[in-house]
Design a protein around this ligand. Structure first.
Ligand code: ATP
Length: 269
């Protein structure tokens, strides 16, 4: 860890992630393959993406995917949290960004992960945006445009947001965040896969049939919602009655039901 606003994540592997098989395949294609074979792709005239945007409701596993990418690639990995890097002091946010991008170039190949990127790049079409917001956006766009995107010492941007529509469109132009991967609310089958992964970490008395019943009952729950339910049982051995009561108490909170504890909207069943 250095003075900058970043950290290397604790180890999470692809095997810890439930569901999201298609999305993980897309991430691997967009991040790992070009990192490992960039000379070959260039020689074929193929242009790997410069930046990838993971978007979707809170708690669906965007950060988890970034952690897994950090573990599974040998590239230098830098994390920036959009709201945390913001400073009220004149020019400091821009200076922090410049330092981080400088380090990314020096230590390349590098993946820069910007979580909650909307905090740095909200649409600037309203009169409401401050001078500071405009300066930070301009700095970030310039830094992105100047990244080395070819060859073995390339830098790739991975970003996550819950609010893709709030993002400044300039950021999503080709050559910047030019690949977008949706991380949605899990389906019933994906909920079974997520519960199965989560339950590997705790002692429990559940049968496969119990897990299927729970997953079906948890319509609209995200991975984070399911993790909250499972973690409640870590102290004691959890059984199906305990999990059922946790599920129903989560789902019965008026502001949350029936869409999950993150206020998300269920789109799949
Ligand atoms: P936010 O937008 O709020 O940052 P996020 O999409 O980045 O949310 P994560 O931080 O990745 O969500 O997920 C929170 C926690 O929920 C994870 O640490 C993990 O315990 C659990 N979780 C979420 N999705 C999954 C999944 N697909 N498989 C296993 N665990 C999951």
């Amino acid at each position: 860890k250095t003075q900058h606003q970043f950290q290397v994540y604790k180890r999470v592997s692809y095997a810890d992630i439930g569901g999201l098989n298609h999305q993980l395949k897309l991430v691997q294609e967009a991040v790992e393959v070009p990192m490992k074979n960039s000379e070959f792709l260039n020689s074929c005239g193929l242009q790997p993406p410069r930046g990838i945007l993971l978007f979707g409701p809170p708690g669906t596993g965007k950060t988890l995917i970034a952690k897994a990418v950090a573990t599974e690639t040998k590239a230098h990995f830098i994390t920036i949290n959009g709201p945390e890097i913001y400073s009220k002091f004149y020019g400091e946010t821009e200076a922090r960004l410049r330092n981080i991008f400088q380090e990314a170039i020096e230590r390349a190949p590098t993946i820069i992960f910007i979580d909650e990127i909307d905090a740095l790049c909200t649409r600037k079409d309203g009169a409401s945006s401050s001078d500071q917001e405009k300066r930070v956006l301009a700095t970030l766009l310039t830094l992105l445009d100047n990244l080395p995107t070819h060859g073995i010492r390339r830098v790739l941007l991975l970003a996550a947001t819950n609010k893709p529509d709030a993002l400044e469109p300039a950021l999503r132009r080709p050559g910047r965040l030019d690949r977008e991967i949706e991380i949605g609310i899990p389906t019933a089958t994906e909920r079974i896969e997520i519960l199965t992964k989560l339950l590997l970490r705790v002692k429990h008395l559940l049968t496969d049939a119990d897990i299927i019943t729970l997953a079906e009952a948890a319509h609209g729950f995200t991975g984070a919602d399911l993790a909250a339910v499972c973690c409640e049982g870590i102290e004691s051995q959890i059984d199906v009655t305990h999990l059922h009561s946790s599920l129903s108490s989560l789902a019965s909170q008026p502001s949350l039901a029936p869409t999950g504890s993150h206020g998300t909207t269920a789109r799949h069943v």
